[in-house]
Design a protein around this ligand. Structure first.
Ligand code: HEC
Length: 192
């Protein structure tokens, strides 16, 4: 027995099963990377567009660029990557399913309890009627640059308000303040 332990200690492979990443960790890391790509690409484009064309000119970034980036990431990864929110501007694209609603509501509760939204995420395997899925949600915090289009209505520039009212008669995505959660990046992938 002593000898076996000695041999084992000298061979890294013995420790491998213990050190091996769980499926959940592996999938979570991949989803985290996808979500970071979406948020970074979108944030950079939004910042640049706000700088050159102002909020009216930047509407297209949240409207067209976001779904395009999310679509590209979905195709590249084989997972569904999208943005969801409990208070949507575009209900067609952004309405959460039951699992997403539950996790988003939990995120809001955690923020109210004082937790910072920046690193907030949730991952698990879920058995659904269509099969088993890896599911991941990463909170999208409200930043000052979001307020021109998602802040209190009396602070949104008139031109932006007009455009939003014309395109989104059922807009529920105003009235946010920095530090709150605007929604989440969702990643959903068939598992086995
Ligand atoms: C220039 C205006 C503008 C700015 C600035 C802006 N958004 Fe948006 N946002 C929109 C529009 C327009 C939509 C609707 C997109 C669509 O048609 O799918 C939207 C939709 C969203 C959605 C999808 C869910 C929904 O409500 O339909 C999220 C999430 C979101 N925005 C987050 C943000 C965050 C976070 C920021 C700041 C980093 C931000 N937005 C800044 C205009 C803007």
């Amino acid at each position: 027995m002593k000898q076996l332990l000695a041999v084992c200690a000298g061979v890294l492979a013995c420790a491998a099963p213990v050190l091996a990443q769980s499926d959940l960790e592996r999938e979570t890391q991949a989803a985290r990377a996808l979500s970071a790509q979406l948020v970074q690409q979108l944030g950079a484009t939004l910042k640049a567009e706000l700088g050159t064309n102002g909020p009216e000119g930047a509407i297209g970034v949240c409207k067209d660029t976001a779904p395009t980036i999310a679509g590209n990431l979905s195709r590249q990864s084989g997972a569904r990557v999208a943005r969801v929110s409990l208070r949507t501007r575009n209900a067609m694209l952004g309405t959460p399913d039951a699992w997403e609603q539950t996790v988003l509501a939990d995120f809001d509760r955690r923020v109210e309890a004082g937790e910072k939204p920046e690193a907030m995420e949730h991952a698990e395997f879920v058995d659904e009627p269509a099969g088993r899925y890896f599911r991941y949600l990463k909170a999208i915090p409200v930043q000052p640059m979001c307020l021109a289009c998602h802040g209190a209505t009396d602070t949104i520039p008139e031109g932006v308000k007009r455009k939003l009212a014309a395109d989104y008669p059922n807009d529920r995505a105003t009235g946010y303040a920095p530090g709150q959660i605007r929604g989440a990046v969702t990643v959903k992938k068939p598992s086995n």
